[in-house]
Design a protein around this ligand. Structure first.
Ligand SMILES: [Fe+2]
Length: 128
């Protein structure tokens, strides 16, 4: 079973953004499966960086969409994206120093992604 299950209620109603969210979830599930197979830290790092790079691209696309629709909370949302990036790099540092386990990393990433979708991204839906 998938570690993170994508639910239709997470959709904001923009096909590109929704597809990107699903891709982020699938990278996270891929990471989970590799961790269950006891993969190397090197591979975890590689998948984590793929997730972060894809998230950065996705944040830019989401911000472009918000600009296009003149989303009123764009600045707040942009700051949230910046905060998410700072947070993920801080957790990565902790992980690199052996202060967090692979499972803790997974749980952090799941909350990091899903809480943002629920609390911030779904707000955009009202303006589409
Ligand atoms: Fe967002």
């Amino acid at each position: 079973m998938s570690f993170v299950l994508w639910k239709p209620c997470y959709c904001i109603g923009d096909s590109k953004i929704d597809a990107q969210h699903r891709k982020l979830v699938s990278i996270l599930n891929f990471l989970h499966d590799r961790i269950l197979e006891a993969c190397s830290k090197k591979l975890v790092d590689r998948i984590l960086m793929e997730l972060v790079c894809y998230a950065e691209e996705h944040f830019q696309d989401e911000e472009s969409l918000m600009e296009k629709i003149r989303y009123p909370a764009l600045e707040h949302h942009r700051q949230e994206h910046e905060r998410l990036l700072v947070e993920v790099f801080a957790f990565k540092k902790k992980f690199d120093h052996g202060l967090a386990t692979k499972m803790e990393l997974l749980h952090f990433l799941r909350d990091w992604l899903i809480n943002h979708v629920i609390n911030e991204d779904l707000e955009i839906k009202k303006y589409l």
